[in-house]
Design a protein around this ligand. Structure first.
Ligand SMILES: Nc1ncnc2c1ncn2[C@@H]1O[C@H](COP(=O)(O)OP(=O)(O)OP(=O)(O)O)[C@@H](O)[C@H]1O
Length: 288
């Protein structure tokens, strides 16, 4: 099944603020990393795709049908993990999943089976009967992912699934998402590049509500070939360069400061070495 987002525009403030601007994309099973700075429109796009808000222009089709007309049958194939909000702190993890399963209208025999399976998958079996108020940030993220997966969705939307997590939890969540994504369309919004760099089939760059790029990570990165260099600079030169160029990394060594710069025209008359671009460089190139 395909999700087609066709020329979608969403405005707020009585039309004065355009949050999503003529956005068109087609998504098929696999992981899509949605990257953009604060305010780029990521949450708005996710709210549109999950049919919580409706576009002012354009349409979103799943399997060729407008999602706002699919109603219940669209919800049955949809899993959504919102940004972490206040959870029901007095609920236990297990009770929370039962609660969501009942909101999703799941039969209790199926709910029981799925809850057991998912508690296992997100590694919360031993903590399932503790209150959510006592969960760590990572445990809360994992129970939120579990609730999104209750109905074994074909379309899974994750809004900043690793926000506020320590590196170990981030890696765990990232690996977990990549294992469950085989046959689903998974859209992950984030501004943390390493979270999606290696697990995404495609990266979508969003800037001020507009689609900047949508392509496989290695092709997006290849677009910066010959634009990323490291220069050996002094402290004084570094201060000057930082105010003029996109600096993505600074490495201090005995011989000076190797400064990674992304630019269209290489600097002249300086000791330099060409380096392989990465997705973080792409992010800086488009968003700095
Ligand atoms: N309900 C609303 N009313 C008015 N403006 C809104 C509303 N929701 C979002 N906006 C504006 O629309 C733009 C896009 O916001 P959105 O929350 O979709 O971006 P985002 O990429 O998810 O940002 P973040 O990474 O900070 O969550 C922003 O300028 C925001 O201020």
């Amino acid at each position: 099944m395909k999700l087609k987002i066709h020329s979608v525009t969403k405005r707020y403030q009585g039309g004065r603020k355009t949050a999503i601007d003529q956005f068109t994309a087609e998504l098929t099973p696999g992981i899509y990393g949605l990257l953009g700075p604060n305010g780029a429109g990521k949450s708005t796009l996710m709210n549109l795709i999950t049919d919580q808000i409706q576009p002012d222009e354009g349409e979103i089709l799943y399997g060729g049908k407008n999602i706002s007309k699919l109603g219940k049958s669209f919800r049955s194939i949809l899993g959504y993990m919102p940004q972490q909000q206040r959870l029901y702190e007095d609920f236990t993890g297990r009770r929370f999943l039962w609660y969501i399963a009942s909101l999703k209208g799941m039969r209790s025999s199926l709910a029981k089976e799925r809850i057991q399976l998912l508690l296992n998958t997100v590694n919360l079996e031993d903590d399932a009967d503790k209150k959510l108020g006592a969960y760590s940030g990572g445990m809360k993220q994992r129970i939120l992912i579990a609730q999104a997966l209750l109905n074994d969705p074909q379309l899974l939307i994750l809004d900043e699934p690793t926000a506020g997590l320590d590196p170990k939890e981030r890696i765990r969540i990232r690996n977990f998402i990549s294992t469950i994504a085989a046959d689903k369309i998974v859209l992950i919004a984030t501004h943390v590049v390493p979270d999606i760099e290696f697990i995404s089939k495609e990266i979508i760059l969003l800037k001020q509500g507009r689609l900047v790029l949508k392509d496989e990570p290695h092709r997006i990165v290849a677009g910066l070939q010959d634009k990323v260099y490291e220069y050996l600079l002094s402290e004084q030169e570094l201060i000057q360069i930082q105010s003029q160029y996109r600096v993505s990394q600074i490495t201090r060594g005995t011989e000076g400061i190797w400064t990674r710069i992304i630019h269209d025209e290489p600097l002249k008359d300086r000791l330099s070495r060409k380096v392989e671009p990465n997705l973080e460089d792409v992010y800086l190139y488009h968003f700095e």
